[in-house]
Design a protein around this ligand. Structure first.
Ligand SMILES: Nc1ccn([C@@H]2O[C@H](COP(=O)(O)O)[C@@H](O)[C@H]2O)c(=O)n1
Length: 537
């Protein structure tokens, strides 16, 4: 693409907006995590790169970001509002440069670029995420937006396209620079989205899990050598399905001409890494598709129904608690992908359940109180004030991210519209039949999707599900309340609402020490879904 575009006298920039870690065997399967992924990433030519929230959940992840990824992309990695305790000096320092200025190779466009993370509060305490609204008051930012020689402000970030954070940055820049175009690139909400702030400022978000290559073209920027005398640039956006068919089409090539030597080498590196990590190793065969949101909950084909009725009930048990009844509470956001019929591999494990959360419990909780807590977690919208330290206090954050966004859009101050989400990697059909996939409507209309798809049903799921683990069928008076550690701060607050005075952080104890939900899922599949010859795909 770069070659093609440059031959036309234009520039191509590649922007990466974070969440490169967690949710894929290439990252999660190695020890230490990310070993193979960093090597692959190193070969990419990325012009502006930012951190997502996933890079900051754990100390080792952010430290590796600091020592490896920032190091590898030091001219292009931007961290406008993230500091880290340097693992070598123990000093609090910016994770990367706050901003950069550069001039594009072909057209000489002078760009001032920033890299932001949304107002995230769930990071481990070796990093500090400064609120965007505070960051833009800082002297360095105020100076940067007053930079004289600028044709375009480029704000990349792991920040939703429609968000108070981006709105604040837009207002801050516009108040000083009424005429300079601003291109935002966003993320985090797992949706394709495009926001039009004014005639010269737009924002593009490219969906989730690298299913989408968001493509933005800006035509007619006024530059030093080609001033456009006040005319507005033309912004166009396209959501490209991430597959070879799309790449052949947009590079005007085919299977024989598309591949470059570098591309072939990186593909080989990926294949070798997958082999070393045994990502195709088959642990079992899944008899039917299990969906996150394509079927209602509860449902025979819901991954959550399977989790609560089979995996948790069959396997969650701590030796020291013997036969005492337990209620397990797990957030639905802990599951990251559908489980497809067919081979269940080492890669599948990490794709559906990448988190390393362990289980904890509080003993002898009245069963009625557990139900009240579930009501609070699933029916309230917020259990805490924004300044309380529970990931912003929004219980919706316990659900899959795309669903969180669904509600925000409806409440949003900036006007957004709805979209139906694809859970499948979209493919073009050889027979010309329309394949289910993304059908996006955004601020610019419904013509953004590069491939036309039929829509996919979307059902809301609760924020948390529960499973009663008991030797007999009857409802117990009291039970161990077992939960995955990610939801601990939310539980403490929900318990207050439910009239239960328990500080889960202080009173919670380890349950099945060292075991994660990922381990349980894998064990359950191995024990219950062995492959027979007819089931391999
Ligand atoms: N240890 C964790 C971390 C995250 N989650 C869930 O993921 C959501 C955030 O995902 P994004 O891709 O939007 O950043 C979070 O709100 C949780 O639902 C988790 O379960 N455990």
């Amino acid at each position: 693409m770069r070659e093609k575009v440059e031959a036309q006298g234009r520039d191509l920039l590649v922007i990466e907006t974070g969440d490169r870690v967690e949710g894929n065997g290439l990252y999660d399967s190695s020890d230490p995590k990310g070993l193979y992924l960093s090597e692959i990433l190193r070969h990419q030519s990325i012009d502006v790169m930012t951190s997502g929230n996933h890079e900051l959940y754990k100390q080792n992840t952010s430290e590796s970001e600091c020592l490896v990824t920032v190091h590898d992309f030091k001219d292009n990695y931007l961290a406008s509002n993230i500091d880290i305790i340097d693992p070598e000096t123990q000093e609090l320092v910016p994770l990367a440069e706050r901003y950069k200025t550069f001039t594009t190779k072909i057209q000489g466009i002078r760009i001032v670029a920033f890299g932001f993370l949304f107002d995230f509060t769930g990071n481990y305490n070796n990093t500090v995420v400064q609120r965007v609204e505070d960051t833009i008051q800082e002297e360095w930012f105020q100076n940067a937006i007053r930079e004289k020689e600028v044709d375009l402000f480029l704000v990349a970030g792991h920040v939703p396209a429609h968000s108070p954070e981006y709105k604040a940055i837009f207002k801050a820049i516009r108040s000083i620079r009424p005429d300079i175009p601003i291109q935002f690139f966003g993320g985090h909400e797992h949706i394709r989205d495009y926001a039009i702030y004014d005639e010269k400022a737009v924002s593009l978000a490219s969906g989730r899990f690298m299913e989408t290559i968001g493509f933005m073209s800006i035509d007619g920027l006024s530059t030093k050598n080609r001033p456009t005398a006040g005319r507005n640039p033309v912004f166009k956006r396209r959501y490209i399905d991430n597959n070879l068919h799309s790449f052949y089409h947009h590079t005007s090539s085919d299977k024989d001409t598309f591949h470059t030597e570098k591309g072939i080498n990186v593909s080989r590196l990926i294949a070798e890494s997958r082999t070393t990590l045994e990502l195709d190793k088959i642990y079992g065969c899944v008899p039917r598709d299990l969906w996150m949101s394509r079927r209602p909950y509860p449902h025979d084909a819901s991954v959550y129904t399977w989790l609560e009725q089979d995996v948790l009930v069959d396997l969650l048990s701590d030796e020291s608690r013997m036969d005492r009844p337990a209620v397990a509470v797990v957030n639905t956001g802990a599951i990251r992908f559908d489980v497809f019929k067919g081979s269940f591999t080492q890669d599948t494990v990490w794709t559906i359940s990448p988190f390393t959360n362990q289980f904890r419990f509080v003993k002898d909780v009245p069963y009625g109180k557990v139900q009240l807590i579930m009501d609070v977690l699933n029916k309230q919208t917020k259990v805490v004030r924004r300044d309380d330290d529970a990931h912003g206090g929004d219980v919706d954050a316990l659900a899959p991210p795309a669903q969180v966004n669904h509600r925000r859009w409806l409440d949003s101050e900036m006007d957004g519209t709805q979209q139906i989400l694809s859970e499948a990697l979209a493919e073009q059909s050889d027979s010309g039949e329309v394949i289910p996939g993304y059908t996006t409507t955004d601020d610019a209309g419904d013509d953004g999707d590069d491939t036309i798809h039929s829509s996919i049903p979307y059902y809301r799921v609760p924020n948390c599900i529960q499973a009663l683990i008991s030797a007999n069928e009857s409802i117990p008076e009291t039970a161990d309340l077992v939960y995955n550690e990610f939801i601990e701060p939310y539980l403490t607050l929900a318990a207050k609402f439910a009239g239960l005075d328990v500080d889960f952080g202080k009173e919670g104890e380890s349950y099945m020490a060292g075991v994660t939900m990922t381990d349980l899922i894998l064990r359950w599949v191995k024990e219950n879904w062995p492959c027979d010859d007819s089931m391999h795909i």
